[in-house]
Ligand binder design. Structure first.
Ligand code: PLP
Length: 395
């Protein structure tokens, strides 16, 4: 009999981490691999944030803290929500975890009973379905079309809701498509949700600050009738180039926040004291570099979208946020190219041209692939040339 639990058999390792790992291995074996799989900014954490962490260490801020976040960080988060989203929360409506990932995981563990359904619009961030499965819930994947900008429509949402629906996950701007929901689009979804009172909403806002073309960020908790049913997750990983520091947080109904803290108290306890001090500086300090970095990302986005759309067989929408594009490779899946699936496309691209991207099917939508452009322009130029020669060589 296997030592491994049944619940673990329901899930698989993260495919995006797997691609990054594979690229790392090939590089170690001497291959000139360009990795476009990683979901993290290539920029360094700003100096004021690093200095705050060093100061915290010197001040002896090196002990256990309150399980779900220091009072100083919770206060900074309350102020962030007020300043940036016009949302009022008390500190007992805030929880801090070891990355947004842990906060989400705890939220599902704290709320899902066997058979509870979670509506997940696809393409989705790879961890949502597996976290739901691990917690005993049932992911209800709703495919969103390219023609709708890969976004969930009110009609599809209405159809997806059942008596068992506990959560709807919204992620804007999105990983893997970069698509951001406008205020109007969120209001359309809200009309359905207001009528379906049992459904809670988990809004993953981790890419809030990475947005382009004057896209106005709007989060569903701003709809007052839904605020009591919404858990808004965010974090410092992407906005402040702090992926390794592992700080994420959420704001929402007190009972859910308390339950998340209870799980954390019996698993990891508090997130790192030093990282929390750094996160206070990230949220309270100068926000100037967010704009600078978004401008740098925009230049890369424009270059990547244009280059991809110049390749026969590839079609790529222009996203308004995050640092991903999600082009279609359907035009190259045919008898002539001898490629049947996006996975084959991605595998051959890696084998022939040493460019690592992730297949769309890993995100729940076949016929696409995800490129992370959080890497240097130099790398992106090389990668686009290689993708073009690969596509030309097979067609
Ligand atoms: N949500 C989305 C959509 C993400 O892409 C990620 C990271 O890749 C996370 C949440 C979690 O980020 P972290 O755990 O670093 O805060």
């Amino acid at each position: 009999m296997s030592i491994i639990s049944d619940s673990l058999k329901r899930i698989k390792p993260s495919p995006t981490i797997a691609v990054t790992q594979k690229a790392r291995e090939l590089r170690a074996a001497g291959k000139d691999v360009i990795g476009l799989g990683a979901g993290e900014p290539d920029f360094d954490t700003p100096d004021n944030i690093k200095d705050a962490a060093i100061q915290a260490i010197r001040d002896g801020d090196t002990k256990y803290t309150a399980v779900d976040g220091t009072p100083a960080l919770k206060k900074a988060i309350v102020e962030k929500f007020k300043r940036e989203n016009n949302l009022d929360f008390n500190t007992d409506q805030i929880t801090v975890g070891t990355g947004g990932k842990q906060v989400l995981y705890n939220a599902f563990m704290a709320t899902l009973n066997k058979g509870d359904e979670v509506i997940i619009p696809a393409p989705f961030w790879v961890s949502y379905p597996d976290m739901v499965l691990l917690a005993g819930g049932k992911p209800k994947i709703i495919k969103c079309d390219e023609k709708d900008g890969f976004k969930l429509t009110a009609k599809k949402l209405q159809k997806a809701i059942s008596k068992k629906t506990k959560w709807l996950i919204l992620n804007s701007p999105s990983n893997p498509t970069g698509a951001g929901y406008t205020k109007n689009e969120i209001e359309d979804l809200a009309k359905i949700l207001i009528k379906n009172k049992r459904v809670h909403i988990l809004s993953d806002d981790i890419y809030e600050h990475i947005r382009y073309d004057n896209f106005n960020f709007f989060t569903i908790a701003q709809i007052s009738k839904l605020k009591d049913r919404t858990l808004t997750m965010n974090g410092v990983s992407k906005s402040y180039a702090m992926t390794g520091w592992r700080i994420g947080y959420a704001a929402g109904p007190k009972d859910i926040i308390k339950a998340i803290g209870k799980i954390q108290s019996q698993s990891t306890s508090n997130p790192s004291s030093v990282s929390q001090a750094a996160a206070v500086e990230a949220l309270n300090g100068s926000q100037d570099f967010i704009k600078e970095r978004s401008d740098a990302f925009k230049e890369r986005r424009d270059f990547v979208v244009k280059s991809l759309n110049n390749i026969k067989g590839i079609n790529c929408l222009t996203p308004n946020g995050a640092f991903y594009v999600f082009p279609s490779c359907k035009g190259l899946l045919n008898k002539k190219t001898k490629l049947k699936t996006d996975s084959e496309f991605v595998q051959k691209l890696l084998e022939k041209e040493n460019v690592a991207v992730v297949q769309g099917s890993a995100f729940g939508l076949d016929g696409y692939f995800r490129i992370s452009y959080a890497t240097s322009m130099e790398n992106l130029k090389k990668a686009m040339d290689r993708i073009k020669s690969f596509c030309e060589s097979i067609s």
